[in-house]
Design a protein around this ligand. Structure first.
Ligand SMILES: Nc1nc2c(ncn2[C@@H]2O[C@H](COP(=O)(O)OP(=O)(O)O)[C@@H](O)[C@H]2O)c(=O)[nH]1
Ligand SMILES: [Mg+2]
Length: 215
């Protein structure tokens, strides 16, 4: 049993690894709402899931990019799933493999009825790469709500932070500057939980992005 972890008014009583899936057949049978995490390999998805659940090793993290090929399901408070998706755009695997990974993610996003939205992580240092732009656009095209956030806030200073948040906003056509989190320093976790819980409770995960850039 884990000891309860609090984020503002939200308390986590349980966070359990339920299963890994390598195809749609492997999705959990249990019909609970899901919010999934996506981004390039090494962007910090697994670390963020650990930070969000107050666990050190619920999710395996790795400094070897591209290792995770499966979708991992974690059940929170027996009420909903947080889902760790395979990294996108890992350059060192063959193109065929890369497409296969994308197909699996696309299948999941298009066909999983319990998916309420995706949290897409962009490394704050990179300010949104062509792979990030492409992936976010293709997820939007499926109609699935996407919340873009920036990761590894502790890796940049104040002026790089401001500059790269603006870059990410512009490149990914976001209505507002993205939330920036650090799993190491625990920045931004409470507002992120608020967004996730809203999505779990049936509200739209993000403002609808209409391409307008608000200064
Ligand atoms: N400085 C810093 N490093 C991080 C942070 N989050 C993850 N990392 C590191 O980035 C690497 C990849 O993290 P991981 O969570 O496995 O990324 P994933 O491939 O997206 O699941 C690991 O070496 C982590 O220790 C963060 O908030 N700050
Ligand atoms: Mg990972």
């Amino acid at each position: 049993m884990m000891s309860p972890v609090k984020f503002g008014d939200f308390t986590i009583f349980s966070a359990e690894f339920v299963k890994s899936a390598v195809s749609l057949k492997g999705l959990p049978n249990e019909r609970l709402p899901q919010v999934a995490f996506l981004g390039r390999s090494n962007v910090g998805k697994s670390s963020l899931l650990n930070a969000l659940t107050g666990q050190k090793n619920l999710v395996k993290t790795s400094s070897t990019p591209g290792k995770t090929r499966e979708i991992n399901f974690f059940r929170i408070n027996k009420a909903f799933f947080l889902v760790d998706l395979p990294g996108v755009g890992f350059a060192k695997v063959s193109n065929a493999k890369r497409d296969e990974m994308s197909d699996f993610i696309r299948d999941y996003v298009e066909k999983c009825k319990d998916l309420r939205g995706l949290v897409y992580l962009v490394d704050i240092r990179h300010g949104g790469t062509p792979i990030d732009i492409e992936t976010v656009e293709s997820i939007r095209a499926t109609g699935c709500p996407v919340l873009v956030i920036a990761s590894k806030r502790d890796k940049v200073n104040q002026s790089e932070l401001a500059k790269n948040l603006k870059l990410i906003q512009e490149r990914l056509s976001l209505p507002v500057k993205p939330l920036c989190v650090s799993s190491f320093k625990k920045n931004g976790l409470e507002p992120l939980w608020q967004e996730i819980l809203d999505a779990i409770n049936g509200k739209e995960l993000v403002d609808k992005t209409d391409g307008t850039i608000h200064e």
